[in-house]
Design a protein around this ligand. Structure first.
Ligand code: ARG
Length: 575
């Protein structure tokens, strides 16, 4: 059982025995400062208020009924009625000897669908896709680590009016004998070209419009062109995922077009249920739940007057697929905050139409925007969108320069490998380590710094530990020593190590990966402090003490590597 859960359980029992009402909770929290112990129970104040009792007296009463024998070495009442818990060193040591994740009981295992990345295929992937891709991927890893069955869904935008224009353009290129791969070598350029063509040439525009209709009605020629386009665009995304060390594969692509055949049925069903109504020839679901200030219900169009279906229609069809085919218990959407209204509309309609049972949780986990140092959305110098491929290339190049400055003993091959892990890790970590819902400023200097809450700092901490084992000529995996805690720095490190699973639980629950980043940063810092104060390999250190400290080192590096891996960031033995 997790430490915090164990303490909560014991405190709850004591509060009941002390006659405190059932709905008063012990409110366990980590202590802010070492002099306040390791954990604090802050529930006595709230309970006293409810019972009109003196909080310090009530705290004393709780302590009388509390059984933390062998777990805490000191309990004290502080201030208005906080209870400070100083954990027992040998309890921490014993618990550490089995920190491995207790596997989830099978009834707690869920099928979790995660909708993430989901770029539009009309254009090249740009920085706007970065956040969904890496935050979603971290959650997929965390939930899988916990033993859930994770279904990654890349809801790529491969349908809609833009594709008429794109395939009309492609047709012309192919007509001139060009190969599709070559014509689409730069998707961004190709998009701009065809857009210009569309805006300036009315004949071309007419053809493009006609192609949208033909494409949607299954015309062979248009479908073939479209497939050629999609193939190249998908390959481009898959390449980016690989560079980014993101676990999205071709098999996870379930694009908008996959739902074509069910869209009509969805609209018919919504109409039959009286949820979708005719409005100026279109079919619209009006939602009083999301009414504006004047009381006008929020409209969600599910079919245009010309018969075309919309983004919302595919999302409703996707919902049905995820519930009925994938058997989801929980569906997570990692999408920009700007789509919040859309998601609310889809969720409410999905519930009203009884597509989603009450037991299934629908969650839109939104995020803020990536900003440039000027405080505006991140752009190229000339104001264009930054291609993801260019950004990742620059990250690796910058990291390579740093690695070359720092270390001359690595081989050329090692330098490339380290540069790749540090560069990509830095970009990902900079994003993951800030509260997801905030905007953040993209800044090369700070993300690539070897100090502070950054990927390079954590990767460096990991290599420090590896070098200890190299020097000692010991394989950390075969270390059988047991831990004995003497110094306060050892205790602080041990406590951090024990909290790993608790932190993972939290991330899995609220989908804020920065909690894990903060934890790893604190863990690395606790390790550095420990290492400064507690010699490990010095001759003067007694054999038993040394073994115990080596074990703490091994657990630290294991936990760092595991935590970083859950964020999709690699470690290396040397840097
Ligand atoms: N393709 C959309 C975009 O780029 C994101 C799709 C997100 N997922 C979804 N089920 N709506 O904005």
């Amino acid at each position: 059982m997790r430490l915090k859960a164990l303490l909560t359980q014991r405190f709850t029992a004591a509060m009941r025995s002390a006659g405190i009402p059932d709905d008063c909770s012990p409110m366990l929290a980590l202590s802010g400062k070492p002099q306040f112990g390791d954990y604090q129970a802050n529930g006595a104040m709230g309970a006293a208020k409810r019972m009109k009792a003196n909080p310090r007296d009530l705290a004393a009463n709780i302590l009388q009924h509390l059984d933390l024998e062998g777990i805490a070495e000191k309990l004290e009442i502080a201030g208005p009625g906080f209870i400070n818990i100083h954990l027992n060193k040998s309890f921490l040591a014993t618990s550490l000897n089995h920190t491995k994740l207790d596997l989830l009981a099978s009834e707690d295992q869920q099928t979790v669908v995660i909708d993430y990345s989901s770029p539009n295929l009309a254009k090249e992937m740009h920085v706007g896709h970065l956040r969904s891709t890496i935050i979603g991927d971290a959650l997929a890893r965390v939930l899988e680590y916990q033993g859930h069955s994770v279904k990654r869904q890349n809801h790529m935008g491969d349908w809609g009016t833009q594709f008429g224009m794109l395939i009309a353009e492609l047709e012309e290129h192919l007509g001139e004998g060009e190969q599709a791969e070559l014509a689409l070598n730069d998707l961004e350029l190709f998009y701009q070209q065809s857009k210009k063509h569309f805006d300036e040439d009315p004949d071309f525009a007419d053809k493009a419009r006609g192609y949208v209709v033909k494409l949607q009605s299954g015309d062979k020629h248009c479908r073939r062109l479209w497939q050629k386009f999609i193939k190249v665009s998908v390959a481009h995304s898959l390449e980016i995922y690989q560079q980014l060390n993101v676990g999205l594969l071709e098999a996870h692509i379930q694009p908008e077009s996959a739902y074509n055949d069910s869209l009509e049925a969805v609209v018919d069903d919504l109409s039959n249920q009286g949820l979708a109504v005719d409005s100026d020839g279109a079919k619209v679901v009006f939602l009083p739940e999301l009414a504006d200030k004047k009381g006008n219900p929020s409209p969600m169009i599910v079919q245009k007057s010309g018969g075309g279906f919309l983004y919302a229609t595919s999302d409703l069809a996707a919902l049905l697929y995820r519930i009925n085919e994938l058997q989801a218990n929980r569906i997570l959407y990692f999408i920009d905050a700007r789509q919040s209204l859309h998601m609310k509309q889809v969720f409410i309609t999905g519930r009203k139409a009884k597509y989603v049972p009450q037991t299934v949780s629908l969650e839109h986990h939104s995020f803020g925007t990536m900003m440039g140092s000027d405080g505006r959305p991140f752009k190229t110098r000339s104001g264009g969108t930054v291609k993801l491929a260019d950004l990742l290339l620059e990250a690796v190049q910058r990291a390579e320069k740093l690695v070359r400055e720092k270390n001359s003993t690595l081989s050329e091959e090692q330098i490339k490998d380290v540069a790749n892990k540090v560069g990509i890790g830095a970009v990902k970590y900079a994003d993951l380590s800030i509260t997801r819902t905030n905007d953040y400023i993209f800044d090369w200097e700070s993300m690539l710094s070897f100090e502070g809450n950054t990927a390079p700092y954590l990767q460096y901490a990991y290599t420090r530990i590896s070098s200890i084992f190299r020097k000692a000529e010991i394989n950390p995996k075969t270390l059988s020593a047991s831990i004995n805690i003497i110094e306060s720095q050892e205790k602080a490190l041990a406590l951090k190590l024990i909290q790993f699973e608790e932190v993972i639980d939290q991330v899995a629950l609220d989908c804020y990966p920065h909690t894990l980043c903060t934890y790893l940063y604190e863990l690395a810092s606790a390790f550095m402090t420990f290492y400064e104060h507690c010699p490990v390999l010095k001759d003067s250190v007694a054999k038993e003490v040394q073994q115990s400290r080596l074990k703490l080192c091994a657990l630290s590096s294991e936990t760092l590597a595991c935590g970083l891996d859950l964020l999709g960031i690699d470690v290396m033995e040397k840097m």
